[in-house]
Design a protein around this ligand. Structure first.
Ligand code: C2E
Ligand code: CA
Ligand code: CA
Ligand code: CA
Length: 278
């Protein structure tokens, strides 16, 4: 029995060792990716009930020269454990501002572009100054920038983020609560925080018209957002019945494969061109 216990210990320590090595390897790959410009942004449309593209979410894509595509679901959690997430966040915002400035110059339809913001950017106090710098550097309409922040993030850094949020709100930048319904949230912050948009998590959308509870929660969240005068966005919409249900209940914008997956820039611009005509 003693022996078995020892093997067990060895087994786990090898597994842990491997996990640590993998993490370190991804970290050093990310540093190289930032240096060698291996990241790219894709744009996923957010469509209104009239079929017009009103917004887009910028999502990171990484084509590693040897390992191929690496999903943000894999490398973002690793980056969040170190300072790398701050560097990635800065890279994404720089790109997004650059793109918004280009669209403005090209008289592209006004599309509100959202970027994801990680919790560390609030706790490390890097976000605000970066936004100010970027607005000085690029000619971008402030109301066309949106920050997507998850409930978890919000709860991690309540005091810091509340102050920052007020300043951000004064800058006319939109704040959206991402993956709404999945975190430990208190409805109190909806009252106290200057939040314009709620994004209902895909896990509820998946259950619409299948699971009675998800249907009720989704309806209730939409109704609550409306009565608080907030915008409501549904993510991960894949089916026509889901779209019909959501728009039928007053959802403002829909994002999901039903309309389009995240697209490379040129394809996204073509998509907007095909959807947004008078
Ligand atoms: P998220 O912010 O919840 O982004 C939505 C994810 O759902 C994206 O995955 C998107 O491609 C996917 N999605 C959209 N519509 C559908 C659909 O209809 N069906 C299905 N099955 N999936 C759909 P993606 O691009 O793999 O990103 C995963 C997560 O990685 C994001 O979740 C976000 O948390 C994180 N992430 C991506 N880009 C960034 C970034 O620039 N910064 C930070 N901090 N996180 C990012
Ligand atoms: Ca998001
Ligand atoms: Ca989301
Ligand atoms: Ca989600």
């Amino acid at each position: 029995a003693k022996n078995a216990g020892r093997n067990c210990y060895l087994f786990y320590s090898e597994k842990m060792y491997r996990q640590v090595r993998e993490r370190l390897e991804i970290e050093s790959d990310i540093r190289n990716a930032l240096k060698n410009d291996e990241f790219e942004l894709h744009y996923q449309p957010k469509v209104d009930a009239n079929g017009q593209v009103k917004g887009a979410e910028a999502l990171l894509r990484w084509q590693h020269p040897l390992k191929g595509n690496i999903s943000p679901a894999v490398f973002i959690p690793v980056a969040e454990k170190s300072d790398l997430i701050v560097k990635i966040g800065a890279w994404v915002r720089e790109k997004a501002f650059h793109q918004l400035a280009l669209w403005k110059k090209q008289h592209f339809p006004p599309i509100r572009l959202s970027v994801n913001v990680a919790g560390q950017e609030f706790t490390r106090n890097t976000l605000l100054q970066h936004l100010i710098t970027l607005f000085q550097k690029y000619d971008v309409d402030q109301h066309l920038l949106e920050l997507e922040i998850t409930e978890g993030t919000l709860m991690e850094s309540v005091e810091q983020s509340l102050m920052d949020f007020r300043i951000i709100k004064n800058m006319d930048v939109h704040i959206s609560i991402d993956d709404f319904g999945t975190g430990y949230c208190s409805l109190g912050y909806l009252k106290n925080y200057p939040i314009q948009t709620l994004k209902i998590d895909k896990s509820f959308i998946d259950g619409i018209l299948i699971n009675g509870r998800d249907t009720i929660i989704t309806k209730t969240v939409i109704a609550m957002a409306k009565s608080l005068d907030m915008e409501i966005v549904a993510e991960g919409v894949e089916k026509e019945e889901q779209r019909d249900f959501l728009f039928g209940h007053g959802c403002d914008l829909i994002q999901g494969y039903y309309y389009s997956p995240p697209l490379p820039l040129a394809e996204f611009e073509a998509y907007v061109g095909s959807m947004n005509r008078e």
